[in-house]
Ligand binder design. Structure first.
Ligand code: HEC
Ligand code: HEC
Length: 339
């Protein structure tokens, strides 16, 4: 027979074990987008039910892909994401993870399908390879780390997980719009119209890679000189300032995700989109999606040489500080608006 006191401590120990072992925290859930907040509770539920039907749940996600296409192991992608990305990019890929609030620029909200550093024209989705490159290299000068040491299969599967979240977000937005305008969610229409529309934008992009119209020249000081002239006369200095530092009075804009953004300080030595000449060529020619950096494709279509001149000039600006040419702090040439 156990002494009553012993019974008590045994029960206590069991209770303790239960507190430690039996209590499981709930798995995270995808949260519905804030754009649904004006819908009635029933319509919100209908949207959520439709989303589960088409794209699964956090623990069992389904990736929207075209018939006949395949994807990597989403379980693996989810594990990598959970371990390495979620604290910034958030459970639903809304860019609102626990450590996102204090970052500038903010971690990407994937749900609009808009990505900045693409090899495709302005307004297009990026290539899959663009995402792979960004994840491997990180985004210099921002909080986005590089993951070059991850095994290839991890990188490829986390790309598919990012695409899973992105396409899910794009679809959700449209299902919310449908619920809003029709006061109902029509599952057949989601399948026949909305999902193909999401997928087409991604497949269009794969066929739209922008390649320079003339080969990259070997840059000489003449390129830099001509580039500087173009920089001052083709509208770049309007946003980036005459010295490329973005110290202009009206250098304040908004991005597609609703945050403030500024024209880059091109002398910072940290080009976010990469510092290969082709990267800079594409930033100028294609513009930067979701930001005020416009595409110069129309203006400079017939002048690929001018784009290369600008590339040479941007490269020389980027290198300025490394060459010991350190600008004094503060606005050197205050922006004077044109009369
Ligand atoms: C410490 C925070 C942080 C972590 C961790 C992080 N990111 Fe990011 N990520 C960012 C920030 C900040 C940006 C936005 C940079 C910008 O706008 O220039 C970004 C942007 C991106 C982009 C968008 C690139 C584009 O062209 O628009 C992708 C894709 C991305 N991250 C994927 C990932 C993946 C995958 C992981 C995990 C393997 C990850 N990130 C981990 C902060 C983070
Ligand atoms: C309407 C304002 C505007 C004009 C005009 C403009 N830019 Fe930009 N530019 C921006 C903004 C804003 C960004 C930062 C985008 C972001 O958030 O990453 C940027 C970024 C860039 C970058 C990328 C820097 C990086 O970190 O990778 C380059 C290169 C660049 N601009 C060059 C140019 C050149 C060259 C011209 C003229 C042909 C030009 N810009 C005209 C607003 C402008």
């Amino acid at each position: 027979m156990l002494h009553p006191d012993r019974w008590m401590s045994l029960c206590g120990a069991l209770a303790m074990l239960c507190v430690i072992g039996c209590h499981r925290s709930e798995p995270p859930q995808f949260v519905i987008s804030e754009t649904a907040k004006d819908l009635s509770a029933e319509l919100q539920q209908a949207v959520q039910a439709e989303m589960v039907k088409q794209t699964g749940t956090f623990l069992k996600p389904k990736m929207l892909i075209a018939d006949g296409d395949s994807h990597q192991d989403l379980g693996r992608g989810q594990a990598v994401y959970q371990e390495r990305c979620v604290q910034c990019h958030g459970v639903s890929g809304d860019g609102n993870g626990p450590s996102a609030k204090y970052m500038y620029p903010r971690p990407r909200d994937y749900r609009k399908g808009i990505f900045k550093f693409a090899s495709t024209p302005y307004g297009y989705r990026p290539l899959r390879d663009d995402l792979v490159r960004t994840i491997r290299q990180g985004i210099r000068g921002t909080s986005m780390p590089g993951f070059n040491l991850l095994p290839e299969a991890d990188v490829q599967s986390v790309v598919d997980y990012v695409l899973t979240l992105g396409r899910r977000g794009e679809l959700e937005r449209q299902v919310i719009d449908m619920a809003d305008s029709d006061s109902a969610v029509n599952s057949d229409e989601v399948k026949s119209d909305l999902i193909p529309a999401v997928l087409t934008r991604w497949s269009e992009a794969e066929a739209a890679e922008v390649l320079p119209a003339s080969p990259q020249p070997r840059f000489t000081p003449e390129f830099v000189e001509r580039g500087k002239k173009a920089f001052l006369t083709r509208g770049c200095s309007k946003c980036h300032g005459e010295d490329g530092r973005g110290q202009t009075a009206d250098n304040r804009g908004a991005d597609a995700w609703g945050f403030q953004t500024r024209a880059a300080d091109l002398t910072s030595g940290m080009l976010h989109g990469g510092n290969r000449p082709i990267d800079i060529y594409r930033r100028i020619y294609n513009g930067i999606n979701g930001t005020p950096m416009p595409s110069f494709a129309n203006v400079l279509k017939e002048e690929p040489e001018t784009v290369w001149d600008l590339v040479a000039y941007v490269l020389s600006l980027t290198d300025k500080r490394r060459r010991g040419d350190i600008p004094t702090p503060g606005a050197i040439k205050p922006y004077v608006p044109a009369k």
